[in-house]
Design a protein around this ligand. Structure first.
Ligand SMILES: NC(=O)c1ccc[n+]([C@@H]2O[C@H](COP(=O)([O-])OP(=O)(O)OC[C@H]3O[C@@H](n4cnc5c(N)ncnc54)[C@H](OP(=O)(O)O)[C@@H]3O)[C@@H](O)[C@H]2O)c1
Length: 252
């Protein structure tokens, strides 16, 4: 076992009440995490998770756009060794880049996906440092790697998450900073997406395996493994392929 083994660690997960976030809480508890702070905008939305998993799950009210809630969560989670920045929105799904609506929804996407992530990380970083550096996991997307026509500003926000992930590695050299780049995952966020979807629990387990082995990038499903390999070997080729797919979809 490496010293990054999940057993005995203390994690904070944002957006923990459903989807991939709830799967992270479940997988952390199953691997013997000592405590999981589960953040959600509404405390009552965490009741099913606590009922299922017991008192190792500590519910906290945490809207990642609310500075006071972030400060209170950080004060409580002084013993954390893992931060999972999972909370995210894709409110502009279906808006083209030149639609006025895309700008409005894009602001919300940046507020939650980028600035929320940065502010939660800023608040938790001192505790992680005191606890030996620890691990930060950032949920990017395959949309961090190429821009998807059906979600252009969501893609831009996830590209920013990729850049922030790289920046954190420079700023926090003692911390393992893991970027996660999922393709379509079976959650509410992806319910309108017409692709085969991977179960959320598989993503959580691939990421926990990644933490234990010290991986800096995790591509947790078949589509992301393919796109991740293409991005790393031939980023321009992937962009061309994505443009061609968008043109074919537009033609029907
Ligand atoms: N599903 C996919 O195909 C996919 C693919 C690539 C990346 N991702 C990323 O994976 C992460 C989790 O997505 P998911 O699929 O699990 O989505 P989801 O089912 O829509 O869940 C999103 C979670 O984020 C929370 N959230 C939204 N705004 C928040 C805020 N301001 N403060 C705190 N929590 C907030 C939601 O809370 P409420 O219940 O209060 O709304 C919910 O718990 C996101 O970052 C997403 O971008 C997802």
């Amino acid at each position: 076992m490496s010293d990054r083994t999940i057993e005995g660690q203390i994690a904070l997960v944002t957006g923990a009440n459903r989807g991939i976030g709830a799967a992270f809480v479940e997988a952390l508890v199953a691997r013997g995490a000592a405590k999981v702070y589960a953040g959600a905008r509404r405390l009552e939305s965490l009741e099913p998770l606590v009922a299922k998993l017991g008192d190792r799950v500590v519910p906290i009210e945490l809207d990642v756009t609310d500075g006071e809630e972030i400060a209170a969560a950080a004060e409580l989670a002084q013993d954390a060794t893992i931060l999972i920045n999972n909370a995210g929105v894709a409110s502009g799904m279906g808006h083209g880049l030149l639609d006025e609506a895309a700008v409005q929804t894009g602001r919300e996407e940046f507020e939650v996906n980028v600035f929320g992530l940065v502010n939660v990380t800023r608040a938790l970083a001192p505790a992680l440092q005191r606890n030996g550096g620890g691990t930060i996991v950032n949920l990017g997307s395959v949309a961090s790697l190429v821009s998807f026509a059906m979600a252009p500003l969501y893609s831009a926000s996830k590209a920013a998450v990729h850049s922030v992930t790289q920046g954190l590695r420079v700023t926090l050299p003692d911390t393992l900073v893991v970027g996660v780049y999922p393709g379509p995952i079976d959650t509410d966020m992806a319910k309108e997406i017409p692709f085969e979807k991977t179960p959320a629990i598989d993503v959580a387990n691939e990421v926990l395996d990644g933490i234990e082995s010290g991986a800096e990038e995790v591509f947790p499903d078949p589509m992301s493994k393919e796109m991740g390999a293409a991005f790393l070997s031939d980023p321009k080729g992937l962009e061309h392929q994505n443009r061609q797919m968008a043109a074919e979809m537009a033609q029907g």
